[in-house]
Ligand binder design. Structure first.
Ligand code: SF4
Length: 207
């Protein structure tokens, strides 16, 4: 078990923390909570864009918003390929001060209140071009970088690999949205590849 770190800083974005599980053409989700993106000081050092995972109940209690100043302790993520956050297992969390009251509104492309996980489940997601995520969606709570577990052989689930995928859970008419290329998923045998045309299925109404 890694040693705890102390952090404090200002939240710059609140993102749902949802893991994607792929097995060829099958897709499942694990709804884990939220990730707070922060301009933080971690053990005395500045860390812009530091990401701290918190549970669903913690977000429900505090309703974190961009601009809030918080502090606490947390543990470094053990397997960085399996988790977008840098730290988790937060303890001693303190909400030191609230940000600007103008952030207190339903989620939009620049911030607001990140919705309950049940709303993410209901909305579903479409692939999001990674470059669009970087340039337009980093403040939006609907835009997620999702740790994705891929089971390469469903007869032998220990054969797996991980990657990160960007997805949008937001309104389908968002002017920032660009799908990018379909994601491919490797199958059990050489040459077996599933192409996940989620955007194309949504456009044809078959989703
Ligand atoms: S495309 Fe999606 S993630 Fe990006 S700003 Fe719009 S709603 Fe948010």
């Amino acid at each position: 078990m890694s040693a705890k770190i102390k952090f404090n800083g200002t939240i710059t974005a609140v993102k749902a923390r949802i893991r994607l599980l792929r097995s060829f053409d099958q897709v499942h989700h694990a709804y884990l909570g939220y990730t707070l993106v922060m301009d933080a000081v971690v053990d005395g050092k500045d860390w812009k864009g530091c990401r701290i995972a918190v549970g669903q109940k913690t977000h429900e209690k505090h309703i974190f918003l961009k601009g809030d100043h918080i502090s606490g302790e947390a543990v470094p993520i053990e397997h960085s390929e399996q988790e977008w956050a840098d730290f988790y297992k937060v303890s001693g969390l303190k909400l030191i001060s609230r940000g600007d009251a103008s952030e207190n509104h339903p989620a939009d492309m620049n911030g607001g209140i990140a919705s309950p996980l049940s709303v993410y489940r209901e909305n579903g997601h479409l692939r999001l071009d990674p470059k669009t995520y970087e340039s337009k969606c980093s403040l939006c709570s609907w835009g997620l970088v999702m740790a994705t577990e891929i089971i390469l052989d469903h007869w032998n689930p220990s054969r797996k690999k991980w990657r990160f995928e960007t997805h949008c859970y937001g309104p389908r008419d968002c002017s920032n949205y660009r799908p990018g290329k379909p994601r491919t998923v490797q199958g059990r045998k050489p040459g077996m590849v599933w192409i996940d045309d989620d955007f194309e299925r949504a456009r044809s109404g078959d989703y």
